[in-house]
Write a protein of this length. Structure first.
Length: 438
């Protein structure tokens, strides 16, 4: 075939390289490490690798924004994207241009030979090419799946962060938290700071860190946070490292939710261990935390009815979502637009929202692993509320708009695919002529 020229062409090419396509997963580092060597890629600046079941995207966003405000040229790689592939590869918070991605893809293609890279592996190598070409001064890498065998683990981090650990991707990572904790801990390195923001980390993570001699820092023991007793809108960060460090009177982070102080604390701990190479001021920390935005992470949109977008897709994140909804105030009714992947723990995830939803608007997801609305309907049958099935998240969203009164709330959750199916249309909240609110 002719060489791809546009970004769309390249992404189609990436999907064709591996038998499992874009949705394919083949854990292992041998293939991607060989292509890394062929490209001559080496670590040329401080690297922070962030893993965890939930919260890793928030930590990456905080790191990216604080370093940007400190005047550092920072590259950040994350997945999946919501609307455009470019969202995965950012320079100082801005998605890179198509041209930079295409040039990076071309270099990876020339170096890979006969290696059948997965979509994520190819993208990971290309992201590093973008960062090297841009001459960034810091790199933040978000683990895609697990940690030990994830493609980003071919790079040597100066600091590794693991956020919350819960059951997800059990077919790949194992059926227990101990199994999953061991996989997450695979991003730790001997003699390097290994930060864990899970309040009750699996013993397997602790054992692995000790076995390799990582400098393990645990939330609640080595670092942490306290809410201000005097001002409920402020909090204090602390770190025990030689002489104790405290940062007081911090405003709550821009990202909403009960888990964000733990995520912010892990972020500040990572930065503290990089301060000799990447100094950041208190001004950069304050602005970076407050001004961080992350689409689809308990994203509350202004207007009536209220709209909440959340990519929560496993039991732990759904429970956090339920808690956050409970802290929002009173709404007459909540209409939930839901689409999920079939390999998730659908029943337990949706059960976390029991009593929070008045109308379930369930959507088919037209992706290879997508669950049907009928499957979701079976899972919510005993949770209360009306149940309606739709053929897409957009169709479910339109139905929600027709049903929701001004004092109601529309919740969109269950998958990145669900939020992506609705996000381009969230401004369309006008009522149809003659419509009577339910």
């Amino acid at each position: 075939m002719s060489s791809p020229t546009t970004l769309s062409d390249w992404l189609t090419h990436l999907e064709s390289l591996h038998p499992k396509g874009q949705a394919g997963i083949e854990l292992g580092l041998e293939r991607v490490a060989r292509v890394k060597a062929a490209l001559g890629q080496t670590e040329f600046c401080p690297v922070v690798t962030v893993g965890g079941t939930n919260g890793k995207g928030s930590v990456c966003a905080y790191l990216e924004n604080i370093l940007d405000r400190a005047g550092c040229k920072v590259g950040s790689y994350s997945s999946p994207h919501l609307l455009r592939y470019n969202e995965r590869v950012r320079l100082n918070g801005q998605p890179v241009e198509d041209e930079a991605l295409c040039a990076a893809f071309a270099r990876v293609e020339a170096a890979r030979g006969d290696e059948a890279l997965t979509y994520f592996e190819f993208g990971t190598l290309a992201a590093w090419e973008v960062f090297a070409a841009a001459g960034v001064e810091a790199i933040v890498l978000e683990v895609g799946l697990g940690g030990r065998l994830d493609a980003v683990n071919i790079y040597e981090p100066d600091v590794a962060v693991v956020t919350g650990i819960a059951l997800d991707h059990t077919d790949w990572l194992g059926p227990t938290r101990e199994d999953i904790g061991r996989e997450k801990a695979g991003i730790f390195r001997p003699g390097k700071p290994a930060i864990c923001a899970d309040a009750k980390p699996p013993q397997s993570l602790l054992d692995h860190a000790a076995a390799i001699g990582a400098e393990l820092k645990l939330i609640g023991r080595d670092f942490g946070f306290e809410k201000s007793a005097e001002d409920r809108l402020q909090w204090r960060y602390w770190l025990r490292q030689g002489e104790a460090l405290q940062r007081r009177a911090l405003a709550f982070p821009g990202l909403r939710g009960t888990a964000q102080l733990a995520n912010a604390s892990a972020t500040l701990t990572a930065l503290e261990y990089l301060k000799d190479r990447l100094p950041v001021s208190m001004g950069a920390i304050r602005a970076g935390l407050i001004e961080t935005e992350l689409p689809g992470r308990f994203q509350v949109l202004p207007g009536q009815p209220a709209v909440v977008l959340d990519v929560a897709h496993n039991p732990q994140s759904a429970q956090v979502l339920a808690d956050n909804l409970g802290n929002m105030g009173f709404y007459n009714r909540t209409h939930a637009v839901v689409g999920m992947l079939g390999d998730k723990d659908i029943a337990t995830t949706l059960a976390a929202l029991k009593g929070k939803v008045d109308t379930w608007l369930l959507a088919d997801l037209a992706v290879p692993r997508g669950a049907s609305a009928v499957q979701l309907a079976e899972a919510v049958a005993g949770l209360g509320g009306e149940v309606h099935c739709h053929d897409s998240p957009y169709a479910a969203w339109q139905a929600a708009l027709k049903q929701a009164a001004e004092n109601d709330r529309i919740l969109v959750f269950g998958s990145f695919h669900t939020v992506a199916g609705v996000l381009p249309h969230v401004g369309q909240r006008h009522r149809q002529p003659g419509q009577t609110p339910s």
